[in-house]
Design a protein around this ligand. Sequence first.
Ligand SMILES: Nc1nc2c(ncn2[C@@H]2O[C@H](COP(=O)(O)OP(=O)(O)OP(=O)(O)O)[C@@H](O)[C@H]2O)c(=O)[nH]1
Length: 323
Amino acid sequence: MRENPPAEQRKGIEMTEEKKKGFFGKLVEGLSKTRNNILGGVEQVIHNFKAIDEDFLEELEEALIVADLGVGTTIRIMEDLRVKIKERKLRDVQDVRGLLQEELVEIMRTDQDPYIFERERSVLLVIGVNGVGKTTTIGKLAHQYKSQGKKVVLAAADTFRAAAIDQLVEWANRASVEIIAQGENADPGAVVYDAVQAAKARKADILICDTAGRLHNKKNLMEELRKVNRIIEREYPDAYKEVLLVLDSTTGQNALQQAKQFKEIADITGIVLTKLDGTAKGGIAIAIQAEHEIPVKFIGVGEGLEDLQKFDPVSFVEALFEK
Ligand SMILES: Nc1nc2c(ncn2[C@@H]2O[C@H](COP(=O)(O)OP(=O)(O)OP(=O)(O)O)[C@@H](O)[C@H]2O)c(=O)[nH]1
């Protein structure tokens, strides 16, 4: 006769099944290639050694670099690991798995609350080069905030291409939110001005502005962003300001480079990392936060309206190490 598992164990089973279906399951699924890349390499090294020695640490270092964590971040992780291994007098390679998890969470943790803007009347400026998933991200954000009962207004202030405006209008329709748009090549400042007036008149909770991302013309881009900022400061001084940089995780180290360049021209407050599903390069979520100290606030894990999640370092690392 089979006995029912004890209550505590049952709860564990239920939680695991629930976890698999829901938000965490989507994360685990989306990160499958990244997990193979990072965990696969780490597990191989752990498998090849019994005791923690210099050769083991060197191979572990190599595995992390190969997994798109980048040289700088890997060196930092390894330095911390060496200290902890010594402090805790660890010898068994099996202990390194947990230690590494702990370390990854630590280098991504931020002290500030990353989502204050959700509780305030706010303006989100969204920047990023073409094709990274900027428009899709704005559509997903609009849908999510609208679903939470918030009043959302969009501003199509990336006026460089007519197609970009049309695409955003389509997303606004899909999410049933209002959008302020003008024609191609309209002055982005004028679009933002109109959008701020609309947001104030409607008592919008959140105004999300699509802005240009032509990095190859850095001087113009900087001017444009400065102008848009000035208008927001002047017309909407009470609004909480958030500047989100959208980066395509499939571009790996290139995304890191973009973060560096955008950081020079804008006060970025957060990063959205798109296309984490289907890439093995998700390690850059760790590298970006370690190297640039800008928190990843959202991750894209698919093309659907619901496929944008808040980034939580603990869940992310847990999903990476889920077997
Ligand atoms: N798989 C996957 N695809 C995504 C994700 N985010 C965006 N995409 C896709 O990436 C492509 C580019 O997205 P857009 O939103 O058009 O990119 P954009 O940065 O606005 O680019 P432009 O419109 O050219 O300025 C589209 O096919 C999206 O469906 C994601 O998280 N996962």
